[in-house]
Write a protein that binds this ligand. Structure first.
Ligand code: CUA
Length: 173
């Protein structure tokens, strides 16, 4: 059924396109004064420009409404477990890798050498949190483990030949 609809829609568009091509080819033989055409199209262009700006403003405002930057990174008053993370070529050193469901962890992430990424994936391999590991700087981010299983940590910043092998695991019980 759907193939039939697509087929007829395609056919219709091909015919429409052919008509437009034919019309352009046919009317191109007629001689016309150029100045009025320029005037008309400059007008059309400015209307098009205004419409485009309005459309972009609407889309921008609509899509930027729900940015999470003003939201708290974790629930205030909840006890957090600080975990120190040191990235290096090519691995991660965590001073704690076993947690319980419901734990809120404060990852303090830095690196011994070059910039790395610290990306945490839940047992379904969905990225649930990430930050950059930067030399001589500590980035902090909070994560609450809401399901048990093995969480993978992958490097998300190309950092050298074995970047793709840079990973570790955390277990949530
Ligand atoms: Cu470390 Cu890529």
């Amino acid at each position: 059924m759907i193939q039939l609809v697509v087929w007829y829609a395609t056919l219709l568009f091909i015919i429409l396109l052919a008509v437009v091509f034919g019309w352009v080819a046919f009317s191109s033989k007629k001689k016309q004064d150029y100045a009025p055409i320029i005037k008309r199209w400059y007008k059309a262009r400015s209307i098009y420009g205004v419409l485009l700006v309005v459309l972009m403003l609407v889309v921008t405002i609509y899509t930027l409404r729900e940015l999470p930057f003003n939201e708290p990174s974790h629930v205030e008053g909840v006890e957090v477990i600080p975990v120190h993370v040191e990235a290096f070529q090519f691995g991660f050193e965590l001073n704690m890798t076993e947690f319980s469901v419901g734990d809120t962890v404060e990852f303090n992430v830095t690196t011994k050498d070059v910039t790395h990424g610290f990306g945490v994936y839940d047992p379904d391999m969905v990225l649930v949190g990430q930050t950059q590991a930067m030399p001589e700087y500590t980035n902090t981010f909070y994560l609450t483990f809401d399901q048990p299983g093995t969480y993978q940590v992958l490097c998300l910043e190309y950092c050298g030949l074995a970047h793709h092998m840079m990973m570790t695991e955390m277990v949530v019980k």
